[in-house]
Design a protein around this ligand. Structure first.
Ligand SMILES: C[S@@+](CC[C@H](N)C(=O)[O-])C[C@H]1O[C@@H](n2cnc3c(N)ncnc32)[C@H](O)[C@@H]1O
Length: 282
């Protein structure tokens, strides 16, 4: 992240969601605000995406991770979750259109410069802010979630759902584990959905070349990918922290669930979407 500038990768992710509405008809993930919040015409965003066919797998992955997170959140709300924390929110629009938004106290946490930009985008697009929404400008590398959320009225005893989409790869190991430790220790019980990538050296030559090209692009934007995980070491560490449930979809399971026509050609290794919970039934 450039300290004074909004995240360029947040803009890229939002453009992927807007393009998905047009190019795949929002088949995996429907977001009526996706292009409105961008302030760009959906058709133009889609035309640009269509000219860069190599971006399609990332677009599908972003649509799938958002759908997975929102479906998991709906199930958690049915079981009593009453707080949502959107970590590294970017231009995520759940708070402004999500089915369960009225049952939730919502905290949007993001790097201060990105959050200020989002608030300008919301105002320019005349998107109303729900009453239960609180903005929390926090740099994960400098301020712990404990300090940051305490300052804005977060209630640790209330069952909470965290989404943390497209953020973990950009953080250092220390920032990631301090956040996961905070979530695991919440007395009201919590769940978190995040995505991560398999280590580069475990990918096929073709996947690795594709990944390195994308990695070079985000590095150029000033937001390098720093952290990769191997499921076989990540899962035991999550359990050690106290997480009791782990649902981890690798590339093949993601394709089978959200894009069945690609299930047989999806690589075995690459991007994962993971949900983990502590005391989910409280
Ligand atoms: C790729 S974007 C994803 C945004 C959004 N979750 C989505 O899926 O569209 C990465 C997000 O992580 C945030 N981020 C990266 N490093 C951060 C840090 N050190 N502290 C707080 N937020 C950070 C950026 O501001 C940005 O919103």
């Amino acid at each position: 992240m450039q300290p004074r500038e909004p995240s360029r990768t947040a803009l890229a992710a939002a453009r992927h969601r807007a393009a998905h509405q047009v190019l795949e008809g929002g088949r995996i993930f429907t977001d009526p605000l996706a292009s409105l919040i961008l302030g760009e015409m959906a058709e133009e965003v889609a035309r640009d995406a269509q000219q860069h066919t190599s971006r399609r797998p990332m677009r599908i992955f972003i649509a799938a991770r958002t759908r997975f997170a929102e479906d998991s959140l709906a199930a958690a709300v049915d079981r009593g979750t009453r707080q949502l924390v959107v970590l590294g929110a970017g231009l995520d629009t759940y708070a402004y259109r999500g089915a369960c938004r009225e049952s939730l106290r919502i905290f949007e946490v993001d790097h201060p410069a990105t959050q200020a930009w989002k608030r300008r985008r919301l105002a320019d697009a005349a998107i109303p802010l729900p009453v239960g929404l609180t903005f929390a400008p926090i740099d994960f590398e400098r301020v712990t979630l404990t300090e940051g959320l305490k300052a804005v009225g977060f209630q640790p005893n209330v069952p909470t759902f965290f989404t943390w989409l497209g953020v973990v790869p950009y953080l250092t190991d220390g920032a990631i584990w301090s956040t996961l430790t905070f979530i695991a220790k919440l007395p009201g019980g919590a769940q978190v959905v995040f995505d991560y990538a398999d280590p580069l050296e475990t990918l096929t030559t073709e996947s690795r070349a594709r990944h390195e090209k994308r990695a070079a692009r985000v590095t150029q934007l000033g937001e390098a990918w720093l952290t990769y995980f191997e499921a076989a070491t990540l899962h035991p560490k999550l359990r050690e922290l106290g997480f009791t449930e782990i649902e981890d979809l690798g590339p093949r399971q993601i394709a089978a669930r959200y894009f069945p026509s690609r299930a047989t050609i999806a690589p075995e290794r690459g991007g994962h979407i993971l949900r983990t919970a502590v005391n989910p039934n409280r």
